[in-house]
Write a new protein. Structure first.
Length: 498
């Protein structure tokens, strides 16, 4: 993974990152609230040698004092200091308990000693600090050697007595909040990156390269799909509509010498959008002027008739059993587009699909149109999809970005291999900013709409546009796209032979 991939991963997992970051800060606040307040009072003591007017003796005495003060810090919480202080202040503590409240330090190359005392009460901390300093002075002078006159060679003087602290030293709000922020951030980044490393779903063409399956189309997610399943009906110039036009173009280059005319559209598992993809692929081919027939061969969970508002009781199965003729079962779903719905759901769909009548029916339909698009069942739950794929010239497998796993893709390829087929390509469906990856991550979030003022034959300023584009003069460009009126259901009719 490069830096761009890590940025994409963090952007994708920002809800998790934000949640753990918030929990970390909340933990820091909780630790601050739950911790007991601790106050500290400090006494500073100056250490000097006995007065002498000899400069050499003064220098030697200063060096002697600097060496001694480092040892004096160990006496600050000795029993010789703590026991008298407990008795003096009548503390309900043992000498060892009081010793844990006392610390001492001596700045380097200085003759100063700092005595620190902590306590939950700020007043008590100051009382204990001053009492410890007084007793510490006495213990040091009793312990230190004396001069010829019997006086100690060092003298301790309190230069800064202990005062009542105004604020506690613990808990430290800034430290706790900062610690919670850092822990939450590190934990969030770790979870997001680990989650992406363990994610085995298909997100882009690189995920399909290892399986030797080319990506023929990438369809972005559109929240309007539920209300307008056919992209050309909802918005002919939407990015979703353009994605199906690109799929139509890519499909024409699958096999230049022998272009596939019967195309099966399936998926690995349910819910990947295969039926919607089949309908839009058929609509895009019809928009280009080709005669197209959409056959609904998913005889278990058919959705095409309900989606397009067509009659569902008459269709593929009723033609197979000879109840109606093919010409009477076909329904018009728009200019150049006919639909053969599934018909009544049979108890034995798999047996019907492998029958000779089914193959003959598909060949009959293919003989009357330019393209036959077959919507079939998913490959992994049932064998129907692979059986229909064996009748087709080419098979397209639809995978949902960020949902379909690599294992499911591999198993779908194996299911087709068992009937001697291999998908000519895959269609990555429902790509979002969070599920997309690689070069497809950004390219499907821009649209290039026509200039309405020029489309109306007027200049942007209001004048007539006297120039026509080359595209407007071509026959295909003059052919209108599938409008809502054209996609509305019509009475059954035979396929227009042109």
């Amino acid at each position: 993974m490069n830096l761009r991939d890590y940025v994409r991963v963090l952007r994708k997992g920002w809800p998790i990152l934000l949640t753990l970051l918030t929990l970390g800060v909340a933990g820091g606040i909780g630790l601050t609230v739950a911790s007991d307040k601790v106050y500290q009072s400090t006494v500073q003591v100056f250490v000097a040698t006995s007065t002498s007017t000899d400069p050499s003796q003064l220098a030697q005495g200063n060096t002697f004092t600097q060496e001694r003060v480092q040892s004096y810090t160990s006496i600050a919480n000795a029993p010789a200091v703590t026991t008298p202080v407990i008795a003096q202040l009548r503390l309900r503590l043992t000498p060892d308990q009081l010793a844990t409240k006392i610390t001492a330090d001596a700045p380097l190359n200085k003759v100063l000693i700092n005595l620190h005392v902590i306590d939950p009460s700020p007043i008590q901390a100051a009382r204990i600090a001053n009492a410890v300093a007084k007793q510490f002075n006495q213990v040091v002078q009793r312990t230190e050697q004396t001069d010829g006159s019997g006086k100690p060679v060092v003298k301790l003087t309190v230069i800064h007595p202990g005062t009542v602290p105004s604020a506690p030293i613990k808990p430290n709000k800034i430290v706790n909040l900062g610690l919670g922020l850092v822990v939450g951030l590190l934990l969030g980044v770790g979870v997001v990156v680990l989650r992406d490393l363990l994610d085995n779903t298909i997100k882009g063409p690189k995920d399909l390269e290892a399986l030797n399956v080319p990506l023929l189309g990438a369809v972005p997610y559109d929240k309007r799909t539920a209300k307008a399943p056919i992209a050309f009906r909802g918005d002919p110039h939407s990015i979703r509509s353009e994605a199906f036009r690109q799929l139509r173009t890519n499909l024409q280059f699958v096999n230049v010498d022998e272009a596939p005319r019967i195309i099966a559209v399936t998926s690995a598992v349910p819910g990947e959008g295969k039926s919607t993809t089949a309908m839009n692929l058929a609509a895009s081919l019809a928009e280009a002027g080709h005669r197209v027939c959409l056959v609904e061969a998913d005889l278990r969970r058919p959705t095409v008739a309900r989606t397009l508002g067509l009659v569902a009781d008459v269709g593929f199965t009723t033609v197979l059993i000879g109840a109606v003729r093919l010409e009477d079962a076909l329904q018009n779903a728009g200019r150049n587009l006919a639909v053969l719905t599934s018909g009544q759901i049979p108890p034995n769909p798999s047996e019907l699909l492998i029958s000779g009548q089914a193959r003959a029916l598909i060949r009959e339909i293919a003989g009357q149109v330019d393209y036959t698009i077959i919507d079939t069942a998913p490959l992994l739950p049932v064998a129907d999809g692979a059986e229909v794929a064996a009748m087709a010239d080419a098979t397209l497998v639809v995978h949902r970005a960020g949902k379909t796993t690599r294992e499911q893709v591999a198993r779908s390829i194996e299911a087709l291999a068992k009937v001697g087929e291999r998908p000519v390509g895959a269609i990555l469906n429902m790509i979002t900013r969070s599920s997309g990856r690689y070069d497809y991550e950004q390219s499907y979030y821009y649209t290039y709409r026509p200039d309405k003022s020029r489309a109306a034959g007027r200049r942007p300023g209001g004048g007539e546009d006297q120039m026509r584009t080359v595209g407007q003069a071509s026959p295909v460009a003059e052919r209108p796209s599938l409008s809502e009126e054209q996609l509305a259901p019509h009475p059954p009719h035979s396929v227009d032979r042109g």
